[in-house]
Design a protein around this ligand. Structure first.
Ligand code: ADP
Ligand code: MG
Length: 694
């Protein structure tokens, strides 16, 4: 891979903030907390709003507004008692006002604001009884000076010990050190989009004059957002290329593959076939595969993965499948065992529960290669597991794994192919930002015979009816899930709620009601899940542990309590647990209170469609940019300026642009390429940095 050196032109921007005048050992750490340690970080710290200072007089002052006055000092009124403020009485031709100061010691105010002298004063207007007052004015400028309080002023994120104004001052110093940089964007495009140059854009970023100037759609921010998105897409693209350059064993279908395929009790769907073709193309090419297999719950990802694993075995290599929970690992193991058997091969299940001699034995088999397939949980990769010859790793429910873990895995074998499975349908936006360094296959077709799940929203007050209908259904042989959400701050009280629900459902429905939750030990959980899978438990009360991957085709009813508290994607996942068999299925969304508009839209969408990708797009649109925490949780990179919702169009453009650049000028040697090196370094999203965002 081409690695770049930081170009000299960026040196001033990569200087520590402490090199700026007026930033001492006290303020530098505060600035670092708000903005970051470097001058560049200050330059990219965007104001979140703008204050307007309108000119006013004592007579026209408006409470709550930030206004500027020209006044004469009339009198100093020292506080009469402890804790009372110091007041300076001032006047203009229309009336009187007070400047208010707390904690004034000595006589410096009296010396500075001499009676009779004239000042420009600016600050937030307050009313105290009939009096207009300003507490601790932002500006006090002698009236004969050439200086005026600004009419508009950016507001920055402040922190204890560092005000927005102080930050503004250092940002100005930072801007003084900010050079012009070579243009890395296509100039025709800039003109067409009416976007400023980089240097102009950062100047404008910090000099808002209107509310539009602090909105994500203003030209300056769009320009900077595009830079940021392009830099990120280039980094992802380069990482992808670097990985593809790593040689890896060539795997092609062989005897194990055909034996396993022949042993399948069904035919692959077209989508499964296409995904398998994608995978086989990758793993036969001699370069390391990193592919994401994306498909809704129940779309049949496991079997596709299993066939790829068979290819590894056909070529004498081991294949590992890693699941996020023990229950899932166990289920995969049980499902896949007969397929391996058909191929005359052996597999092993390795979880955190394996201890002592049994574990040693399994590890020995894995190390000496007598085992072709290894199914396990995270534990599989955490410790001293030595593979004899690992060729392929499958990560089930990939969203449960962090980027670091993904990376860690790829470092495990000499050069291992990685197939990640994800059942969380995500919008294209996230696909690009989160998985831009992966190849993606989508399973957009479900196995045949699935019936739509009748979905209804019912007020919680009618829970009695629901239980009565549930009784009838269970009596006629159906099985059901009952989901109790985690709602309160305390897990203990949520658990108590789930246990209470289990208690009263047991009283209402008799035996055959089980409870499973996240606090249970692995063996206890597995025992309950097994009882459910084998029909001894008819109704499974669960906290959201069933969210992930469990497959019990006989379960046809899903009741979700407090459905209004779940996100759309999560509801969709939960609903995906039913509707897997031939019988009609139902999903009942119990909601409490009056539904918020967003919650009712969510439930409507669920009723309308079962297409996970459509649901994901809607969820995304509904959450908008407001839910930043949600974005972080969904793995959205920590952009400085770019906003995934407001700049969606730019993201798609940047992705296309990056692809084109990496194809036409992979070495970054053209004029634009050289400028793009500066961009890449400016944002520091180096493809070789594993701590970088996604
Ligand atoms: P997911 O994509 O959610 O991991 P699974 O791999 O667990 O889905 O598959 C869900 C169910 O569908 C399983 O019971 C599986 O055996 C079944 N299945 C998978 N592919 C097909 C197919 N082509 N035809 C019929 N059933 C299938
Ligand atoms: Mg699955």
């Amino acid at each position: 891979m081409v690695t770049f050196m930081r170009p000299e032109i960026l040196f001033p921007l990569f200087a520590p903030v402490s090199t700026l005048k007026g930033t001492g050992p006290k303020t530098a750490p505060l600035i670092a907390r708000v903005a970051g340690p470097l001058v560049r970080d200050l330059v990219f710290t965007a104001p979140h709003s703008v204050i307007f200072r309108s000119p006013a007089t004592a007579a026209t002052a408006v409470e709550g507004e930030v206004q500027t006055f020209e006044v004469a000092i009339v009198q100093h009124l020292r506080p009469g008692k402890v804790g009372a403020p110091y007041k300076v009485r001032v006047s203009d031709p229309t009336g009187f006002m007070h400047l208010i100061y707390f904690k004034v010691f000595g006589d410096h105010l009296e010396k500075k604001l001499r009676v009779g002298s004239r000042w420009r004063v600016s600050g937030r207007v307050e009313r105290f009884g009939a009096e207009v007052q300003i507490a601790h004015p932002d500006y006090l400028i002698p009236a004969d000076s050439a200086e005026f309080p600004p009419s508009a002023e950016p507001v920055y994120p402040a922190t204890a010990g560092l005000t927005s104004r102080q930050l503004q001052t250092v940002i100005h110093r930072a801007l003084e050190k900010t050079p012009e940089l070579p243009e890395w964007q296509d100039s025709a495009w800039l003109i067409q989009e009416r976007l400023p140059s980089w240097r102009e854009a950062v100047a404008l970023l910090h000099a808002p004059e209107t509310v539009e100037d602090v909105s994500p759609i203003c030209a300056a921010r769009r320009r900077l957002a595009y830079d940021e998105l392009l830099a990120h897409q280039l980094a992802l693209g380069r990482r992808k290329k670097a990985r593809q350059a790593a040689p890896a064993p060539r795997l092609s279908p062989g005897p194990a593959s055909s034996a396993m395929e022949a042993a399948l009790p069904f035919r692959l769907t077209g989508a499964q076939q296409r995904a398998l073709t994608d995978i086989r193309r990758d793993i036969a090419a001699g370069a390391r595969m990193s592919r994401l297999l994306h498909g809704d719950v129940g779309s049949g990802k496991t079997v596709v993965a299993a066939l790829a694993m068979a290819d590894a075995a056909s070529n004498g290599l081991q294949a590992a499948l890693m699941a996020p929970t023990e229950i899932l690992a166990r289920q995969h193991f049980e499902r896949l065992k007969p397929l391996w058997g058909a191929a005359g091969l052996d597999g092993v299940l390795l979880t955190g529960r394996d201890k002592g001699r049994a574990r040693q034995q399994k590890l020995a088999w894995i190390a000496d290669g007598s085992i072709a397939f290894i199914i396990g949980t995270h534990a599989l990769f955490q410790e001293s597991v030595e593979f004899r010859d690992l060729g392929l790793v499958v990560l089930d429910e990939q969203h449960r794994f962090g980027v670091a873990q993904r990376q860690q895995l790829q470092d495990k074998g000499r050069s291992v192919h990685v197939l990640a499975l994800s059942a969380t349908p995500i919008p294209r936006t996230l696909e690009l930002t989160q998985f831009g360094d992966l190849e993606v296959s989508r399973l957009d077709e479900k196995p045949p015979g699935r019936k739509p799940v009748a979905t209804r929203a019912i007020p919680g007050a009618r829970i009695g009816e629901v239980v009565a209908r549930l009784r009838t259904a269970l009596e006629s042989g159906a099985q059901a899930y009952w989901i109790c959400p985690l709602v309160s701050e305390s897990e203990a009280s949520d658990l108590a709620a789930a246990e209470a629900r289990w208690g009263n459902l047991t009283r209402a429905l008799g035996d055959g009601v089980g409870l499973v939750h996240g606090r249970m030990s692995g063996p206890d959980k597995d025992a309950v899940m097994t009882d459910f899978a084998e029909g001894r438990i008819r109704l499974l009360v669960a906290t959201t542990v069933v969210e992930v991957g469990v497959d019990v085709p006989n379960a046809t009813i899903m009741v979700i309590e407090h459905a209004e508290r779940f996100g759309l994607a999560q509801l969709h996942q939960l609903r995906g647990r039913v509707g897997r068999g031939a019988a009609e299925s139902a999903c009942i969304l119990l909601y409490e209170g009056k539904l918020s508009e967003a919650a009712s839209t969510r439930l409507d969408v669920l009723r309308r469609t079962e297409d996970g990708f459509e649901i994901a797009e809607t969820d995304w649109a509904l959450r908008g940019g407001g839910d930043l925490l949600g974005l972080k949780q969904s793995g959205f990179p920590d952009y400085r300026i770019a906003d995934p919702v407001a700049h969606r169009d730019l993201l798609f453009a940047a992705a296309a642009d990056a692809r084109m650049i990496l194809q036409k000028d992979p070495g970054f040697v053209t004029e634009r390429g050289k400028a793009l090196r500066v961009l890449t370094e400016l944002y520091d999203w180096r493809p070789d940095r594993t701590d970088a965002p996604a």
